[in-house]
Design a protein around this ligand. Structure first.
Ligand SMILES: Cc1cc2nc3c(=O)[nH]c(=O)nc-3n(C[C@H](O)[C@H](O)[C@H](O)COP(=O)(O)O)c2cc1C
Length: 161
């Protein structure tokens, strides 16, 4: 797909089909995330966790009374180590954004997730992520197939000087 078509076709999908994504697509999405810009080139301060285990996804679902990842069959958690420059959130967002665009290009549905991170951090599930020492979950990305579509055009005010 042409880049601007991908940008315009990406949307936050909140209704996923049960169908799992293929390993080849997953691999391409992860690699796209790894190609993102990261402050000071500290890729070693970033970590990616792929959750497809139904039992663990069910456990995350049970943390609140609704699915905060919309039952996406693949939940990617981007974690980072704070290197003292406070770039962990920005770096994670860059990695996530590349993944969202890659997923769109592959005809998959995706969503950027913040709420699920707070819930995981405040529960036993944090230990189940097996993160290396010092890493903290920052951004979630839900991946799967869309049950419908709702692309909207957004506007942000611009001033020219
Ligand atoms: C930093 C950030 C956090 C977000 N967290 C959530 C979230 O926890 N749950 C959710 O449903 N959507 C979340 N979103 C998705 C936004 O609500 C969505 O991108 C926005 O409404 C625009 O819609 P679109 O992505 O379909 O274009 C988040 C997006 C960003 C960038």
């Amino acid at each position: 797909m042409e880049l601007f078509d991908v940008i315009n076709k990406r949307f936050s999908n909140r209704k996923f089909l049960e169908k799992q994504i293929g390993n080849e697509d997953l691999d391409r999405i992860l690699k796209a995330g790894m190609q993102a810009p990261v402050g000071r080139g500290r890729y070693e301060d970033m970590h990616i966790t792929v959750i497809q285990d139904k039992n663990l996804l069910d456990e995350i679902n049970k943390l609140v009374d609704r699915s905060v990842f919309y039952n996406a069959p693949t939940l990617v958690i981007i974690s980072a180590k704070d290197d003292g420059h406070g770039l962990d959130k920005e770096n994670s967002a860059c990695v996530a954004m590349n993944m969202l665009l890659a997923a769109t290009d592959l005809g998959l549905a995706s969503i950027y997730l913040n709420l699920v991170i707070g819930l995981i951090k405040n529960s036993d599930i944090l230990n189940k992520l097996n993160l290396p020492l010092g890493f903290v979950p920052i951004v979630g990305v839900g991946l799967g197939y869309a049950d419908g579509s709702h692309i909207t055009e957004h506007k942000i005010d611009v001033n020219y000087i």
